[in-house]
Design a protein around this ligand. Structure first.
Ligand code: AAT
Length: 306
C-alpha cells in the first residue's frame, strides 16, 4: 500500500533501496487499485501474507499475497454464484465439500439449501479463518451452521483420503494458482475430485477471467473433459474488484444421471426460506443462472472447440 492506494501488483526494492512495482504475472500490464481508508490488519501465516483494509469504495477488503480475495460490496456476486450454480443444478444436494473458502462466504450460501446435511470444508490456512471471523462476520457466519465440519489442511491431501462417492457437490473456492493453490488446477487433483463425487455429482471450480486467462481456462477445461464423464461447462459472473472485472467457474458432472447445468432443476426460488436465510440473496436468481453460461463469441470459439 503506497500513497493511500492498494494496487494488485507487488512492491520490491532494488539494490539501492528504491521501491519498484512489478506486475502480477497473472495480469501483466494492469493492476486494479482501491483507495485505502484504513489498514485494519497485516500479518503473515505459514502460507501467505494477509491484509485487511477499509476501502473508500468497496467496504472492507481481504487480500492474500497482495491479491484481492473479496470485498464486502461485491462478494455476493462470487459466493452466491459459486454455491448456487452447482447446488441448484442437482435435485437434492445432501453432502457438499468446499475447498478453500476460509472466509465462510460460500458456506453461508450453501446453508440456504435445506436438503444439505453435511458441509465439509478444507481450508489450508487457519489464520485466514480467524482473521475473517474478526473482520468479516457477515461471511464467517457460514461457520456457525451445525452442518459444517471444518478440516484445516491441504485440500490435495484431504481429497486423496476422501471416501469414494461421498459428495453430491464439491466447490473449489481457491486462490489463483500461484502459491498454495498451485496443485488445485492439475489433473491428479481433479481425478481425486471425480472419485470423491457420487455418480451424477457436480464440481464447481473457480476458473479465472475470460479476458486474461484463455489459455489457462483451455488447459483446465481439457483436463476436466478428460476426467469428468458427464458434462463440462464454463459460466461467468461480474465481480468488479477481481482482475478485469469478471470471474468464471468450470462446472462438471460425473458419469451418472445426466445434469443440465444450463437450466436449474432445483430453483432457489422454490426452496422454502432460501431467499432470506440469514440475509437476502443479492445477486443470484434462476435467470442469472441461465445467463451465466452464455459466452461472448471469442470465448465460444476459444473454449468450445477442444
Ligand atoms: N471466497 C474468497 C475467495 C477466494 S479464497 C481462496 C482460499 O483458498 C484462501 O483462503 C486460501 O487460503 C485457500 N487455499 C489455497 N490453497 C489451498 C489448498 N491447497 N488447500 C486448501 N485451501 C487452499 C479465492 C479468490 C480468487 C481470486 C481471484 N483473483
Amino acid at each position: 500500500v503506497v500513497s493511500g492506494w492498494f494496487s494488485e501488483s507487488r512492491l520490491y526494492s532494488d539494490k539501492m533501496g528504491k521501491l519498484l512495482y512489478y506486475n502480477n504475472p497473472m495480469w501483466p500490464g494492469e493492476a486494479h487499485s482501491l483507495k485505502v481508508e484504513k489498514i485494519l490488519y497485516q500479518g503473515k501465516s505459514d502460507y501467505q501474507e494477509i491484509l485487511v483494509f477499509e476501502s473508500s469504495a468497496y467496504g472492507k477488503v481481504l487480500a492474500l499475497d497482495g491479491i484481492v480475495q473479496l470485498t464486502e460490496k461485491d462478494e455476493c456476486a462470487y459466493q452466491e454464484m459459486m454455491a448456487h450454480l452447482p447446488l441448484c443444478s442437482i435435485p437434492s444436494p445432501k453432502t457438499v465439500l468446499v475447498v478453500g473458502g476460509g472466509d465462510g462466504g460460500v458456506l453461508r450460501e450453501i446453508s440456504r439449501h435445506s436438503s444439505v446435511e453435511i458441509i465439509d470444508i478444507c481450508e489450508i490456512d487457519d489464520l485466514v479463518i480467524d482473521v475473517c471471523k474478526k473482520f468479516f462476520p457477515d461471511l464467517s457466519v457460514g461457520f456457525d451452521d451445525p452442518r459444517v465440519r471444518l478440516h484445516v489442511g491441504d485440500a490435495v491431501q484431504f481429497l486423496r483420503n476422501a471416501p469414494e462417492g461421498m459428495y453430491d457437490a464439491i466447490i473449489v473456492d481457491s486462490s489463483d494458482p500461484i502459491g498454495p493453490a498451485q496443485q488445485l488446477i492439475e489433473k491428479p487433483f481433479f481425478e481425486t475430485i471425480a472419485k470423491a463425487l457420487k455418480p451424477g455429482g457436480v464440481l464447481c471450480n473457480q476458473a479465472e477471467s475470460l479476458w486474461l486467462h484463455t489459455h489457462l481456462i483451455q488447459d483446465v477445461l481439457s483436463v476436466c473433459r478428460q476426467t469428468f464423464k458427464g458434462s463440462v461447462h464454463y459460466a461467468w459472473t461480474s465481480v468488479p474488484t477481481y482482475p478485469s472485472g469478471v470471474i468464471g467457474f468450470i462446472l462438471c458432472s460425473t458419469d451418472g444421471p445426466p445434469i443440465n447445468f444450463l437450466s436449474p432443476i432445483n430453483p432457489i426460488e422454490k426452496q422454502k426460506g432460501a431467499l432470506n436465510f440469514r440475509r437476502e440473496l443479492r445477486f443470484y436468481n434462476s435467470e442469472i443462472h441461465r445467463a451465466a453460461f452464455a459466452l461472448p463469441s471469442f470465448a465460444r470459439r476459444e473454449l468450445s472447440s477442444l
